[in-house]
Design a protein around this ligand. Structure first.
Ligand SMILES: Nc1nc2c(c(=O)[nH]1)N[C@H]1C(S)=C(S)[C@@H](COP(=O)(O)OP(=O)(O)OC[C@H]3O[C@@H](n4cnc5c(=O)[nH]c(N)nc54)[C@H](O)[C@@H]3O)O[C@H]1N2
Ligand SMILES: Nc1nc2c(c(=O)[nH]1)N[C@H]1C(S)=C(S)[C@@H](COP(=O)(O)OP(=O)(O)OC[C@H]3O[C@@H](n4cnc5c(=O)[nH]c(N)nc54)[C@H](O)[C@@H]3O)O[C@H]1N2
Ligand SMILES: [Mo]
Length: 765
C-alpha cells in the first residue's frame, strides 16, 4: 500500500477509537478504580471492602485465581480486582419494586451490561406467567416448588446441575453431595468452557491436571513464556510477578496473535518511582504474533528446531540440548515425538503458525540456552478444536529439557474463575473416579450414581432434544457463556424448571421455561452467619494453594442466603430420605470441611491448616517428579498431523473471541477496552491491515461477520496489530457465530477461539 494511504487510514477517525499510548497499570488503572468506586458505591462505607481484599483475615478476590505472595500482609491491589469487588459491593439494588415495574419481555431487550448494572438481587423470586414478571416468594415455597419438580422427573438424569467457578470449596462440595445423593453426575461447569483441555490433557502427559509451579519458581526461572493469555486484563496481579522477572533480566517471550499492552510494559501503581517519573518496566523481550489457532505448528516448529540444534551439537561431539538423564528416567514416547517432528516441513509449519522459520528457531535458541523455563498459558491455547493436544505439545516442549518438577521450571495454566480449580478438586466433575465415589459413599452413607454425566455441551444437547427437563445453576450465566446461544436459549424454553442461584440478574435468569426461580445469594465480600456464628469458606488458587476467605460487609438484604444454606434448603426437600443432616453441616462449615477431609486424603487436618496464615498447598505429584500416570512415567504425546485447525481456505479468516478490559466473562462492567484503544462501544472486530487491503475494506468500515448461516451483523472493522488471517471480536456477543457442534472432541471445550468466518460489507439499512 502507498505510504500516504497507510497514514490516511491510520489517522482516519472512527468513533470511540483512539490508540492508547500508556503502559498497563499506572495512572490509567488508578483513575479507572476511582471511577468504578464512585459509580458503584457512591460515598458508602463499602469502599472499606477494598481494604480487606486478599488480606490474611479478609476475603479472596473474586477476580482471578492468581496467588498472592504468601497470602501475607502485602497489600496486593489491582484495577480489575477492584472492579470485581465494587461490582459486588455496589449500593444499587434489584428489589421487588424493580420487578414490579419491568416485565421479563422488556428486560430481555436490555443489554448484558444494563441487566447486571441494575444492582444486587435482594429477594427470592419466581416467574409469574400471567403478569410476565418475577414476583417475590418465600424461601420455603421456592425450595418446595423446585424440590417437587425434581422429585417428579422420570430420572434424576433429566436434571443438569451447573457450577460456575466462584463457588467456594464448601459450597461446591455440599452441592455435589446433594446432587449425587439425588442421583446424577450431570455436572456441566464453567471449567468445561475454560481449562478442560488442561484437566484432560495434562494428566495424560504428567499425571496431574494442574499447574506444577509456585510463585517462588518465578524468582528462579531463566525465561518465562506467556502463550495465549492477557494478564494485563485478566490476571493483573501477575504483572507484579512478570515485572520482577523482567527486572532480574530474565527474558519473557509472548506468543499471542494480538499485541497486548499488558504483555509489553507495566507501570506498577505501588512503585512511587515509576508513578512519579511516569516510567514503566518492559515485560516481553520477544513478541511473536502467532496466527490464531497456529500454536500447535509453532510449538512443533520450536521443538523441531531444538532437536536439530541438539543433533548438531552432538555431531560436533559436545553435549546435546535434550535432558537425556531426565528423559531416560522419567519419560516414555520420545521416539514417536521425534519421528513426528522429522516428518514436518518448514513451509507447512510457517504457513500454519504464521511465523517464519527464523522466528521459531529464535524461540528454540532462547529455550535451549535457558536452564529453567516456565510456560504460562490461558484461553488462547485451550479454546480450540485441538486444545487438548496443544496443551500436550507444551508439556512435550518442557519435558524435552527436564523443565518439570524442579525449581524455576514448570507449566502454569492460568485458571479463570477464582475457585474453578478448587471446585474440580472437591468433586464437581461429570466423570468422577470410582475411588472418589466409594469414599463419598462410605463417608455419607449414600449410593452415588456410577453412570457418567453431561458436560456443558452435552447438557445443552440434552436440553435441545428434550432429554433434560431441569437446570439448576450454582452461579454463572450459562446461557450467555455457552456457544450457540440460538440452540441454548431454545433449550431453556424446553425446561420444566430453571433455578438460578446468583447475585445479579443476567440473561440466563430470563430464560423462563416452566417454573423459573431466582435464588439470590451473598457474595465473597459479605458476612456469612449461620447457627454456629460467622463462617469462613476456602478456595484454591492456580498454584494449588488452599486458603480461607471471610467476608465482612453486611449482606445486601435480610432475604439473601449463603450458597451452602441454599443448597441445604434444596437438598432437604429434594432428597428427604438421604442420611445426611444438612442443617448440621451448614451450621458450622468446619463440619463440611471435615467431610471434605474424609473424602479427599490430601485435605488431612483441613480445619487446622486452613486457619494458618497463607493456607496450605495441595500435593501436585509432577512438582516432585512423581508421575501419577498408569505406568508412573511422564509421556511425550504426539498429535500426529497438523489437522485443519481451523479449516484453511482462501477466503476464510479465523476469528478468536476475547475479553475487553471492562468485563468479567459475561459481566460487562463498562464499554471501554482501554489498552486496545476502544471507548464506549463493543461492536468492533480487530483485523490485520493487509487482510483488509486484500478484501478491499478500510479501517472503520461497517461489516457483517459470517460463519455458515450464522451472522454477527453491523460491526465496525478496525485495523489492529494482529496476525495475518486472524480476526478478534468480543465474547459473549460473538458466541452466536459458533455452533454447538464445534468443540474439542477430547475435552468438550467449545472452540471459541477458532471460528472460521468470512467478512462482507454490511448492507445499508
Ligand atoms: N478482569 C477479568 N479477569 C478475568 C476474567 C475476565 O473476564 N475479566 N475471566 C476469568 C476467566 S474465567 C478466565 S478463563 C481467564 C481468561 O484469561 P485469558 O486466558 O487471558 O482470556 P482471553 O481474553 O479469553 O484471551 C486470552 C488471550 O489469548 C489470545 N489468543 C486468542 N486466540 C489465540 C490463539 O489462537 N493463540 C494464542 N497463542 N493466543 C490467542 C488473545 O489475544 C488474548 O490475549 O481470566 C479470568 N480473569
Ligand atoms: N466466546 C467465548 N465464550 C466464552 C469464553 C470465551 O473466551 N469466548 N470463555 C469461557 C469461560 S473461560 C468461562 S469460565 C465461561 C464463564 O461462564 P460463567 O461462569 O457461567 O459466567 P460468568 O459471566 O462468570 O457469570 C456471571 C454471573 O455470576 C453470578 N455471580 C457472581 N458472583 C456470584 C457469587 O458469588 N455466587 C453466585 N452464586 N453467583 C455469582 C452473577 O449473577 C453473574 O451474572 O464463559 C465461557 N464462554
Ligand atoms: Mo474461565
Amino acid at each position: 500500500m502507498p505510504k500516504e494511504r497507510l497514514m490516511a487510514e491510520k489517522t482516519k477517525h472512527v468513533d470511540g477509537v483512539a490508540p492508547y499510548a500508556g503502559p498497563a497499570g499506572g495512572w490509567g488503572a488508578l483513575r479507572a478504580v476511582a471511577v468504578a468506586v464512585k459509580a458503584e458505591m457512591g460515598a458508602s462505607s463499602n469502599t472499606l471492602a477494598l481494604m480487606h481484599l486478599n488480606q490474611p483475615d479478609g476475603f479472596d478476590c473474586p477476580g482471578c485465581a492468581w496467588p498472592d505472595p504468601k497470602h501475607s500482609s502485602s497489600f496486593e491491589f489491582c484495577e480489575n480486582g477492584a472492579k470485581a469487588v465494587t461490582w459486588e459491593a455496589t449500593a444499587k439494588r434489584v428489589d421487588p419494586e424493580f420487578f414490579a415495574s419491568h416485565t421479563v419481555s422488556e428486560l430481555w431487550n436490555w443489554s448484558d451490561h444494563a441487566l447486571e448494572e441494575a444492582g444486587r438481587l435482594t429477594h427470592p423470586l419466581r416467574y409469574d406467567v400471567d403478569s410476565d414478571r418475577f414476583v417475590p416468594t418465600g424461601w420455603d415455597e421456592a425450595f418446595a416448588r423446585a424440590g417437587t419438580i425434581l422429585q417428579n422427573l422420570e430420572t434424576p438424569d433429566q436434571a443438569e446441575f451447573y457450577t460456575s467457578g466462584r463457588a467456594s470449596n464448601e459450597a461446591a462440595f455440599l452441592y455435589q453431595l446433594f446432587v449425587r445423593s439425588y442421583g446424577t453426575n450431570n455436572f456441566p461447569d464453567c471449567s468445561n468452557m475454560c481449562h478442560e483441555a488442561t484437566s484432560v490433557g495434562l494428566p495424560q502427559s504428567i499425571g496431574v491436571g494442574k499447574g506444577t509451579v509456585t510463585l517462588d519458581d518465578f524468582d528462579h526461572a531463566d525465561a518465562v513464556f506467556c502463550i495465549g493469555h492477557n494478564p494485563g486484563t485478566n490476571h493483573p496481579r501477575m504483572l507484579s510477578t512478570l515485572r520482577e522477572v523482567s527486572r532480574r533480566g530474565a527474558p519473557i517471550v509472548a506468543i499471542n496473535p494480538l499485541r497486548e499492552r499488558g504483555l509489553e510494559r507495566f507501570q506498577n501503581p505501588q512503585s512511587p518511582v515509576e508513578m512519579l517519573t511516569n516510567g514503566a518496566t518492559p515485560l516481553a523481550s520477544a513478541y511473536h504474533l502467532v496466527k490464531v489457532g497456529g500454536d500447535v505448528a509453532l510449538l512443533k516448529g520450536v521443538m523441531k528446531a531444538l532437536v536439530a540444534a541438539d543433533r548438531r551439537l552432538r555431531a560436533e561431539g559436545g553435549p546435546g540440548l535434550l535432558d537425556d538423564a531426565f528423559i531416560e528416567q522419567h519419560t516414555v514416547g520420545l521416539e514417536t515425538l521425534l519421528a513426528d517432528l522429522d516428518s514436518l516441513t518448514w513451509p507447512e509449519l510457517e504457513r500454519r503458525s504464521g511465523l517464519t522459520r527464523d522466528a521459531m528457531e529464535s524461540i528454540a535458541d532462547l529455550y535451549g540456552r535457558s536452564q529453567r523455563v516456565i510456560i504460562c498459558y490461558g484461553m488462547g491455547i485451550t479454546q480450540h478444536r485441538h486444545g487438548t493436544e496443544t496443551v500436550q505439545q507444551m508439556a512435550n516442549l518442557l519435558l524435552l529439557r527436564g523443565n518439570i518438577g524442579r525449581e524455576g521450571a514448570g507449566i502454569c495454566p492460568l485458571r479463570g474463575h477464582s475457585n474453578v480449580q478448587g471446585d474440580r478438586t472437591v468433586g464437581i466433575t461429570e466423570i468422577p473416579t470410582e475411588d472418589f465415589l466409594e469414599r463419598l459413599d462410605t463417608t455419607f452413607g449414600i449410593t452415588s450414581p456410577r453412570t457418567h454425566g453431561h458436560n456443558a455441551v452435552e447438557a445443552v444437547a440434552a436440553m435441545r432434544d428434550g432429554r433434560a427437563k431441569a437446570f439448576i445453576a450454582l452461579g454463572g450465566n450459562f446461557a450467555a457463556a455457552m456457544s450457540d446461544p440460538q440452540t441454548t436459549f431454545a433449550g431453556f424454553k424446553n425446561l420444566d424448571l430453571n433455578v438460578q442461584i446468583c447475585t445479579k440478574l443476567n440473561r440466563t435468569c430470563l430464560l423462563t421455561g416452566g417454573e423459573t426461580l431466582i435464588l439470590p445469594c451473598i457474595g465473597r465480600t459479605e458476612q456469612d452467619i449461620q447457627a454456629g456464628g460467622l463462617q469462613a469458606v476456602s478456595v484454591e488458587d492456580s498454584m494449588s494453594m488452599v486458603h480461607a476467605s471471610r467476608g465482612f460487609l453486611k449482606p445486601v438484604s435480610e432475604d439473601v442466603r449463603s450458597e451452602p444454606s441454599i443448597i441445604a434448603g434444596l437438598a432437604k426437600v429434594t432428597v428427604p430420605g438421604a442420611p445426611i443432616d444438612w442443617d448440621l453441616l451448614i451450621g458450622d462449615y468446619d463440619r463440611i470441611r471435615d467431610g471434605i477431609e474424609a473424602v479427599f486424603p490430601d485435605f488431612a487436618d483441613f480445619n487446622r491448616r486452613v486457619r494458618v496464615k497463607g493456607g496450605f498447598r495441595l500435593r501436585v505429584g509432577a512438582s516432585d517428579r512423581e508421575w501419577d500416570t498408569p505406568d508412573g512415567k511422564a509421556h511425550f504425546l504426539v498429535y500426529s498431523s497438523l489437522q485443519e485447525d481451523p479449516p484453511v481456505s482462501e477466503d476464510l479468516l479465523t476469528l478468536t473471541t476475547i475479553r475487553s478490559h471492562d468485563q468479567y466473562n459475561t459481566t460487562i462492567y463498562g464499554l471501554n477496552d482501554r489498552y486496545r484503544g476502544v471507548h464506549g462501544r463493543r461492536d468492533v472486530v480487530f483485523a490485520n491491515q493487509e487482510d483488509l487491503d486484500q478484501l478491499g475494506l478500510a479501517h472503520g468500515d461497517l461489516i457483517d461477520v459470517v460463519s455458515g448461516d450464522r451472522v454477527l451483523a453491523r460491526q465496525t472493522i478496525l485495523a489492529h496489530t494482529i496476525a495475518r488471517g486472524s480476526l478478534a471480536a468480543y465474547y459473549p456477543e460473538a458466541n452466536c457465530l459458533l455452533s454447538l457442534a464445534d468443540y474439542d472432541s477430547r475435552s468438550g471445550t467449545p472452540s471459541y477461539k477458532s471460528i472460521p468466518v468470512r467478512l462482507r460489507r454490511a448492507s445499508e439499512v
